[in-house]
Design a protein around this ligand. Structure first.
Ligand code: SAM
Ligand code: DTB
Ligand code: SF4
Length: 327
């Protein structure tokens, strides 16, 4: 009997969140080990290919034109720049290269400009991922034909809390894009952000929305809000770290076969907390000094962490990259 279910109820998910922490982590670790090699961690490197001046008003985002965050706006990068960064990511040991563009929705001519970038990343032997806002079915089809492996589009939070965070698009718009991505045959990357002053019931609602999609996203990024000065959430109440672990664990239990990514926010976590997240079922990270516009742990620090924890994914890279490590 399979334990992959898309009929989770909110009550069941809330009951998981309410378990004593160590019971929850123990259960999640069991699910993790039945479905995955517990030592294997998937590593993705991010690159912002178009930065800032976004018309959307996402309250967490440093790239929204609605807020003064001091961010330097950058137009779409040239293909050669993307190729160079992808090659560097590959050499450092990344498996997937995720390109992010601060758009509400790309125009058809933007999609055409992205195609050679996707090809350049593929040529490096990397998996390709893109996050560029809402897509039409035709645009999703075009990207799939170009060989894009994953499209990232986060639900971000519960349907009820969504309007507190974003007013310029609807939760249902997000679902429509995810349906277009699926229909086009690409893999789906979709998750959310916690630590935005949401209630636990909103974290329940987020996981419920993800776990009851017609099929689970292959990749589920769980982001801890990076509080950026100038955004409305700059002063958000810090989330109890164990509540973050709970969110990872519940994502793991409800979406057993998915990669659950310990995503943004690792700079504010110590290594013991990250280790607990891996035990609770996280098996993917963003790797490299930068997320899109904010910081991420140094690559060397992650290589050392993986070695200390006996995780694989960066082991070969640490050998390949030894001249830099030894320096
Ligand atoms: N503009 C596109 C969109 O929103 O779909 C793609 C880029 S957008 C920056 C990608 C995702 O980054 C958002 O959906 C959000 O989940 C995450 N994100 C943005 N700012 C963040 C922050 N300050 N902390 C944590 N995650 C953040
Ligand atoms: C995801 O879930 N998180 C990433 C990626 N998908 C695109 C983005 C995190 C962004 C953090 C804020 C920044 O660096 O701008
Ligand atoms: Fe724009 Fe995406 Fe940032 Fe929202 S999250 S403001 S859509 S770049």
């Amino acid at each position: 009997m399979t334990d992959i279910r898309t009929d989770w109820t909110r009550e069941e998910i809330a009951a998981l969140f309410d378990l004593p922490l160590l019971d929850l982590v123990y259960q999640a670790a069991g699910v993790h080990r039945r479905h995955h090699d517990p030592r294997a961690v998937q590593v993705s490197t991010l690159l912002s290919i178009k930065t800032g001046a976004c018309p959307e008003d996402c309250a967490y985002c440093p790239q929204s034109a609605h807020y003064q965050t001091g961010l330097e706006v950058e137009r779409l990068l040239a293909v050669a720049q993307v190729r160079e960064r992808a090659a560097a990511a590959k050499a450092a040991g990344a498996q997937r290269f995720c390109m992010g563009a601060a758009w509400r929705a790309p125009r058809d001519k933007d999609i055409e400009a992205l195609i050679p970038m996707i090809e350049a990343v593929r040529e490096q032997g990397l998996e390709t991922c893109l996050t560029a806002g809402m897509l039409s079915e035709a645009q999703a089809g075009r990207l799939a034909d170009a060989g894009l492996d994953y499209y990232n589009h986060n639900l971000d939070t519960s349907p009820e809390f969504y309007g507190e965070i974003i007013t310029t698009r609807r939760f249902d718009d997000r679902l429509e894009t995810l349906a277009a991505v699926r229909e086009a045959g690409m893999k789906v990357c979709s998750g959310g952000i916690v630590g935005m002053n949401e209630a636990r019931s909103d974290r329940v609602g987020l996981i419920h929305a993800l776990a009851t999609l017609p099929s689970h996203p292959e990749s589920v990024p769980v982001n801890l809000l990076v509080r950026v000065e100038g955004t409305p959430l700059a002063q958000a109440e810090p989330l109890d770290p164990f509540e973050f672990v709970r969110t990872i664990a519940v994502a793991r239990i409800t979406m057993p076969a998915s990669a659950v990514r310990l995503s943004a926010g690792r700079e504010s976590m110590d290594e013991a907390l990250q280790a607990l997240c891996f035990l609770a079922g996280a098996n993917s990270i963003f790797y490299g000094e930068k997320l899109l516009t904010t910081g991420n742990p140094e690559a060397d620090a992650d290589r050392r962490l993986f070695a200390r924890l006996g995780l694989s994914g960066l082991v070969e890279a640490s050998v390949e990259a030894s001249p830099r490590c030894a320096a």
